[in-house]
Design a protein around this ligand. Structure first.
Ligand SMILES: Cc1ncc(COP(=O)(O)O)c(C=O)c1O
Length: 377
C-alpha cells in the first residue's frame, strides 16, 4: 500500500513562505498576540507554568469548550493540536483496513487521505457547482452501506462555504443511523457565517455516534496557537486520548492559556466580529473584481467562510494554472484538484482588502497574458 500524502497541505507548505502574497490558506488574517489581550491577560500568559500540561487539555479550557455544547461536560472533550490532530485521532481510533469511509468532495481531503492510508475504501459524495454544491441526498443514501464505518462531513464546508440545511442534516444523521456508522462533523468553520446568518449548529447531540471537531484556526483567527478539540461520548474521548498520548502527549501549555481566553464568551464574540468584518470586505472585493473578468470566472455564493472556490472557464488544469499564477505574480492560490475538483482555484479573501484587490489584479493581468479576456469562454 503506497502512502497518500496530504497534497493540499504539502502544496501550501512548499510555497507559502517564498511567495509575496499567500491567498492559498483557509483562515482570515490571523492575530498578533498583543493585539487581542489586555495587560492582565498578557501577564497570565507570561505566568503560564511550563511543566507538562494536563494531557487531555487543561480543566478550565475543557470546561469552557464543553459549555458550548448542550449537556456536554469537560469529560466529553479532548484538547488537541488543532482540529487536524483531532481528525487524525478519530481516524486512528475508528478505522480498520477494509472499512468503508464516505467523504464529501470537494473537501479538505484530510480524512480522505487518512482513510486511504489506513487501508480503507473511500467513497466520495460529489458536489457540483451546477447544483450550487448542495448534496445529492439519494446518492448519499446509496454510498452508505452496512460496511460504512465512518461518514465525514465538514460543516460549513471547505472549500464551497455551504452550510447543510435542517433537512440535509437530518438525512445525513438518518443515513448514518441506518447502518450504525460514525459521523465525524468537522465544524472548524462554525462562526464564519456570512450575511448575518445564525451560527451554524453543531451536530453534537443529534446522534449517539457523532464526534465533533473544531479549533481556534478559522473563526477565531488564531491558527498559530495550534489548538483544536474533539467532543464525543466519554468512552470515545478515552479512546482518542489513548492515541493522543502516543502522538503528542499534550497540546502546548501557553497555547491552552490563550485558548481559555479565546473561548470565553466575550472574547469569542469579539474575535468572531473581527473575522466577519474581514470576510465581508473580502467578498466585496472579489465581487467587484469578478465583474471585470469577462466571464472567465464564476463562483457559487457561499453561506460561510472567507474562502472563494472560484471556477475558471479556461482550458488548463488547476495545478498548472496555480503554478502559472505563482511564478508570474508571486501570489499563491490553491489548485482545486487538490481539494478534489478540477478547474477551480481556492482563494482566501479574509485579509486587508487592498492586499486582496492588489493580488487579484495581478492574477487577472497574468491570465490576460495566458488567455486574453476576449478569448475566454
Ligand atoms: C475543514 C478543516 N478541518 C481541519 C483543518 C485543520 O485545521 P487546524 O488543525 O488548524 O485546526 C482545516 C484547515 O484548513 C480545515 O479546513
Amino acid at each position: 500500500m503506497s502512502f497518500q500524502p496530504f497534497e493540499l497541505e504539502h502544496y501550501q507548505s512548499r510555497w507559502e513562505r517564498t511567495v509575496e502574497v499567500n491567498l492559498a490558506d483557509s483562515s482570515v488574517q490571523c492575530l498578533v498576540t498583543r493585539e487581542w489581550l489586555t495587560a492582565d491577560e498578557q501577564a497570565a500568559l507570561l505566568s503560564t507554568g511550563l511543566y507538562y500540561p494536563e494531557v487531555n487539555g487543561s480543566a478550565g479550557l475543557r470546561q469552557r469548550i464543553a459549555a458550548m455544547y448542550p449537556e456536554a461536560s469537560a469529560a466529553n472533550v479532548l484538547v488537541t493540536v488543532g482540529a487536524a490532530q483531532a481528525n487524525s485521532m478519530v481516524c486512528q481510533a475508528i478505522l480498520a483496513p477494509g472499512d468503508e469511509v464516505v467523504v464529501v468532495s470537494p473537501g479538505y481531503r484530510q480524512v480522505w487521505g487518512l482513510a486511504l492510508n489506513a487501508g480503507c475504501h473511500v467513497r466520495e459524495l460529489i458536489l457540483t457547482p451546477e447544483d450550487a454544491w448542495r448534496p445529492d441526498l439519494d446518492a448519499l443514501d446509496r454510498l452508505i452501506t452496512s460496511k460504512t464505518k465512518l461518514v465525514a462531513i465538514v460543516n460549513p464546508n471547505n472549500p464551497t462555504g455551504t452550510i447543510l440545511t435542517d433537512v440535509e442534516r437530518a438525512r445525513v444523521v438518518a443515513a448514518c443511523a441506518r447502518v450504525g456508522a460514525w459521523l465525524l462533523a468537522d465544524e472548524v468553520y462554525q462562526g464564519t457565517e456570512l450575511g448575518g446568518q445564525p451560527e451554524t449548529r453543531s451536530f453534537w447531540g443529534e446522534y449517539d455516534r457523532v464526534i465533533c471537531t473544531n479549533s481556534l484556526s478559522k473563526a477565531y483567527g488564531l491558527a498559530g496557537l495550534r489548538i483544536g478539540w474533539a467532543v464525543a461520548d466519554r468512552e470515545t474521548i478515552q479512546a482518542l486520548w489513548r492515541r493522543h498520548e502516543y502522538a503528542v502527549i499534550a497540546a502546548a501549555a501557553p497555547s491552552m492559556t490563550l485558548a481559555e481566553l479565546a473561548v470565553s464568551p466575550a472574547k469569542r464574540s469579539q474575535l468572531f466580529a473581527r473575522q466577519e468584518a474581514l470576510t465581508r470586505a473580502g467578498w466585496d472585493v472579489l465581487k467587484d473584481w469578478l465583474a471585470g473578468q469577462g466571464g472567465r470566472f464564476s463562483v457559487v455564493p457561499p453561506d460561510a467562510t472567507a474562502i472563494a472556490f472560484v471556477r475558471y472557464h479556461l482550458p488548463i488544469e488547476s495545478v498548472a494554472l496555480a503554478d502559472h499564477i505563482r511564478t508570474a505574480t508571486g501570489v499563491l492560490v490553491a489548485p482545486g484538484s487538490l481539494l478534489g475538483t478540477e478547474h477551480h482555484l481556492r482563494i482566501t479573501l479574509g485579509y486587508e482588502p487592498a492586499k486582496v484587490r492588489g493580488a487579484l489584479d495581478r492574477i487577472g493581468a497574468s491570465l490576460d497574458r495566458l488567455v486574453p479576456v476576449s478569448a475566454a469562454g
